[in-house]
Design a protein around this ligand. Structure first.
Ligand SMILES: *Cc1c(COP(=O)(O)O)cnc(C)c1O
Length: 443
């Protein structure tokens, strides 16, 4: 069978059997989806041999690109040795190594609870916060504060703290109530005349909520520095500094969801490093294993962990997933962290961030572009939109045009963004930014 026939038969089977996440039926009716068969470096290849630049790191997970020989070898070796063993009343070398490498990234004492998906790391963080207060006799502290435009995953608890109207309306009745503070999209939102006004007003509302409700609050949860799915809304680090201090003063835990922005994406290992803070609970996922296998982690300050003893009372955390800390996934993450260290991936991200910002800035002059912004290896071009959604439709045209030219990305409404692998070579990064500019001009 030639590759064309092969592709068509896959596409026909796909239409009959796969339920694609976050994909409208109409997208399937218009054109069959490309069938991606392999990857190498920053590039993906489809079943007909077409080459695409993976400009969103396959949903922000593949920071080392595709087919990294060291990570692949670590997976193969581990699969031969031990594919799975549980962490309930047992342990195994890769989970131990990974947990100690993760805690080694923090200056204070921490413990690591593993899961597979980011959403599960968030669920664990929420439950740990709740049970911590229960453990120390403050069982009334059961509520959470999150930000407008937050996204923390698709399980019900994560949706409760990350409610987005256009995604989650059908589930509203099953969600728990959460206090929502304004999103500090400093300098990019249309509501404030300047970054400092935005910072002050957004933080003032957060402070009012936290002060008034501290007695019933378990935690504040935030995506530090940049809210991803809510539209790549970049914060001023001063907001985080003030928030961390506020939480400390008011006796409320701070949960940092670093699932998208951690692992060097913003030019620092963790996004909260930009503010010099240390959140009580940190969620990691996506690129923790550079996108090779699903593994996530909830990293908890030791004094919180210490309250989960079973004596004199049983405060054990009765929580866990079948594949938590799976040996093969952990092996991939261990090797990923070694590559990060040995190859200076975070420094590389910071260096390439300058190139990305420089290449994107002229795009602000294109008619219909509302705002150009960047942080680390996240580059954003937001189009003007209106009630009719003209900007959103233009972004879809840009996406389609780029796909035809061998670049894969996925706008969020009118927000066109790139989050390429951190190992993307400088000329490729420049080519990407220029291609985005060209596609916007022509769409
Ligand atoms: C993707 C994401 C999650 C959810 O992770 P999954 O692995 O998709 O469950 C949670 N928080 C943030 C900030 C994310 O970007």
């Amino acid at each position: 069978m030639d590759s064309k026939q092969n592709t068509q038969s896959y596409q026909a089977m796909d239409r009959q059997s796969v339920w694609h996440p976050y994909t409208r039926f109409s997208a399937l009716d218009e054109k069959p989806l490309p069938v991606i068969t392999h990857g190498e470096g920053a590039f993906l290849y489809d079943s007909e041999g077409r080459k695409y630049l993976d400009a969103i790191s396959s949903w922000w997970a593949c920071n080392l690109g595709h087919g990294h020989p060291r990570v692949v070898e670590a997976i193969v070796q581990q699969a031969r040795e031990l594919q799975h063993s549980i962490l309930g009343n047992l342990s195994h070398p890769r989970a131990i190594e990974l947990a100690s490498m993760i805690t080694g990234l923090f200056p204070d004492d921490r413990r690591v609870m593993f899961a597979s998906d980011g959403s599960c790391a968030v669920e664990a963080a929420l439950k740990i916060a709740l049970q911590y207060w229960y453990n120390i006799g403050e069982a009334d502290k059961t509520k959470f504060v999150s930000l407008d435009f937050a996204y923390h995953g698709d399980t019900l608890g994560a949706v409760s703290v990350g409610y987005l109207d256009h995604f989650h309306k059908p589930f509203k009745g099953a969600l728990f109530p959460v206090f929502q503070a304004p999103s500090p999209c400093c300098g990019t939102c249309a509501f404030h005349e300047s970054e400092s006004v935005c910072l002050n007003e957004c933080f003032d509302t957060m402070r009012l909520i936290v002060r008034e409700h501290a007695h019933e609050l378990a935690a504040v949860i935030i995506e530090p520095m940049c809210q991803g799915s809510g539209g790549m809304r970049i914060q001023n680090p001063e907001y985080l500094r003030r928030l961390a201090q506020l939480c400390k003063d008011e006796g409320v835990l701070l949960i940092a969801d670093e699932i998208a922005m951690g692992m060097g994406r913003t030019g620092r290992m963790f996004a909260f490093d930009h503010a010099g803070i240390l959140p009580d609970i940190v969620c990691l996922g996506k690129s923790l294993s550079a996108g090779y296998l699903p593994v996530s982690a909830t990293v908890v300050r030791a004094p919180i962990f210490e309250t989960f003893r079973d004596k004199p009372k049983d405060h054990t955390f009765y929580h866990g997933h079948t594949f938590a800390g799976n040996p093969i996934a952990a092996a991939a993450a261990v090797e990923t962290l070694r590559v990060y260290e040995e190859e200076g991936i975070v420094a590389q991200s910071a260096a390439m961030a300058k190139v990305l910002a420089e290449e994107l800035s002229p795009l602000a002059a294109i008619p219909g572009v509302r705002n150009v912004r960047s942080l680390g290896m996240i580059g954003v071009v937001e189009l003007e939109d209106n009630q009719e959604g003209d900007g959103t439709r233009r972004a879809v045209r840009v996406r389609d045009r780029l796909r035809e030219n061998g670049i894969l990305l996925r706008p969020l409404g009118p927000v066109i963004y790139v989050m390429p692998p951190l190992i993307t070579a400088e000329p490729v990064l420049r080519f990407l930014a220029q291609a985005v500019g060209k596609a916007i001009r022509e769409s």
